[in-house]
Design a protein around this ligand. Structure first.
Ligand code: NAD
Length: 471
């Protein structure tokens, strides 16, 4: 069995200092596929020290040189493409086409970031003043398990483009995915200490990194509870934070929607990554006037979904990450039933013939928005269908959530859909299609976080603004 017992610190793959052993299991079979030896406080300290030593040199690199290193990272990611895809499929159960999409986007972040490494990003003239945008300093990047390479590349690409040095701490529940990412980073050959990677748990490793006096910036993608802990830990040294946190996003099906388009859209938004997505549209809001046909179409749509091995091309929904995740989701299904939600599809237990892996039946409840399953993030393939009387009520329900990360609107009139989108209190809304752009801002309102990522919004989070007056 493969033993994952290294970290990447100061330009070298080094043995983990810690003795914390972690079993990596396949989501598909629940069998152990690797053993990881996690890092500890000493590894965290060494990584920060290396990043601090490398900062003066890296922040002084020419723009051309920096772009060149970003391209080396893109090439190294391309070389490890297949390993990264397998890591995603085996560890957290996403389907192979989705994994390939995630890995290709991971590589592309390093290409996109090169477009930001221009004079305009780092200086501008405002009247008499010269405004300089200078690197914040040492950036700690903490990432979740639901697509490790994507989050690691998205954050590291702009941090490095800004001139910051980096310590990555991927999730301990995503090591199988992050291992080939570490190999790629080591193969890219950046100057020692510019990019470091430590494997470890939130306690102690994450805690040391996010409270460290030599760390200037922390960017987290993770749960809201972790976001709060990190913000508290960094306040003594006034760390800059970017927090991309949880969600409970609404999909509003408007009265004029064409269900042949709206239902697949709603299911895709809700079940992407087997429901293990922060942006999942898990509350489907439907008009009372059409509730029967929408309900019927959603139930038929779910019945047609292939649940199975994520290596299989026909699979739409694969297993969830691990047994903890499986049990958490089962608990929410039981809570839905206990609170009186009506089970329309799926339910407790594993789908027939899929007893070995962490498979959950795609589940749909008719619910009200005050129920636990409509308020809390489940992070699995469990959706709620909520009825509204008119558009104002739809928007009120959409906004009646502690979260505000994403939203979806299905409509026959795009202009109208845009007007509805504007009234939703969330950082992003998609009207009629699940699409994306690497340079449009991403981030949440309310408990979904602080700050924005992607493109010029993303790099701004790694730059301090300095105004110089001269005569
Ligand atoms: P998590 O909060 O448990 O862990 C995220 C990372 O934080 C991990 O690397 C973990 O080790 C680290 N961590 C945990 N406690 C810490 C502490 N006290 N100090 C420092 N680091 C600590 O989240 P997860 O289970 O890995 O991921 C799922 C969550 O992430 C969901 O809530 C999901 O919505 C959210 N998420 C948000 C986005 C977004 O862009 N907004 C994207 C993906 C996932």
């Amino acid at each position: 069995m493969q033993v994952l017992d290294q970290q990447f610190i100061d330009g070298k793959l080094v043995p983990s200092h810690g003795s914390d052993v972690y079993a990596v299991n396949s989501a598909i079979t629940r069998e152990q596929i690797a053993e990881a030896v996690l890092g500890d406080e000493v590894d965290a300290e060494q990584a920060v020290a290396a990043a601090k030593r490398a900062l003066p040199g890296w922040s002084a690199t020419s723009l051309e040189e920096r772009r060149g290193y970003l391209q080396k990272l893109a090439d190294a990611f391309e070389n490890r493409r297949e390993d990264m895809i397998l890591g995603l499929v085996e560890e957290f159960g996403t389907t192979r086409p989705t994994a390939a999409y995630i890995v290709d986007q991971s590589r592309d972040w390093f290409v996109e970031a090169q477009k930001l490494v221009t004079e305009d990003t780092f200086t501008e003239q405002v009247g008499h003043a010269t405004v300089n945008y200078v690197p914040v300093g040492v950036a700690v990047l903490i990432t979740p398990w639901n697509g490790a390479s994507w989050f690691m590349a998205m954050k590291a690409s702009v941090a490095l483009a800004a001139g910051c040095t980096v310590v990555l701490k991927p999730s301990e529940r995503g090591i199988w995915q992050a291992w080939p990412v570490m190999q790629a980073i080591s193969e890219a050959g950046l100057p020692h200490g510019v990019i470091n990677l430590v494997f470890g748990r939130g306690q102690p490793v994450g805690n040391v990194l996010t409270g460290h006096p030599h760390v200037d910036k922390v960017s987290l993608t993770g749960s809201t509870a972790t976001g709060k802990a990190i913000a508290r830990n960094g306040i003594e040294t006034m760390k800059r934070v970017t927090l991309e946190l949880g969600g409970k996003s609404p999909t509003i099906i408007l009265e004029d929607a064409d269900l042949a388009q709206a239902v697949p859209f709603a299911l895709r938004a809700g079940l992407f990554n087997n429901g293990q997505a922060c942006i999942a549209g898990t509350r489907i809001l439907a008009p009372e006037s059409r509730i029967d046909e929408i309900r019927e179409a959603l139930v038929a749509g779910i019945a047609a979904i292939n649940v199975g091995d994520p290596h299989d091309d026909a699979t739409v929904v694969g297993p969830v990450l691990d047994e903890d995740q499986y049990e958490t989701i089962q608990g929410y299904i039981r809570t839905g039933i206990a609170e009186g939600a009506e089970l329309l599809a799926g339910g407790e237990g594993r789908p027939e013939g899929l007893g070995d892996g962490n498979y959950v039946k795609p589940t749909l409840f008719a619910a009200t928005n005050d129920m636990t399953i409509a308020q809390e993030e489940i992070f699995g393939p469990v959706l709620t269908l909520i009825t509204y009387r008119d558009e104002d009520e739809a928007i009120a329900i959409a906004n009646d959530s502690p979260y505000g990360l994403h939203g979806y609107v299905a409509t026959g009139d795009v202009e109208h859909g845009r007007a509805v989108a504007r009234r939703i209190r969330s950082g992003r809304v998609m009207v009629n299609e699940v699409i994306d752009a690497p340079d449009a801002p991403f981030g949440g309102f309310k408990l979904s976080g602080i700050g924005r990522e992607f493109g010029r919004y993303g790099i701004a989070a790694y730059l301090e603004t300095q105004t110089v007056f001269s005569k």
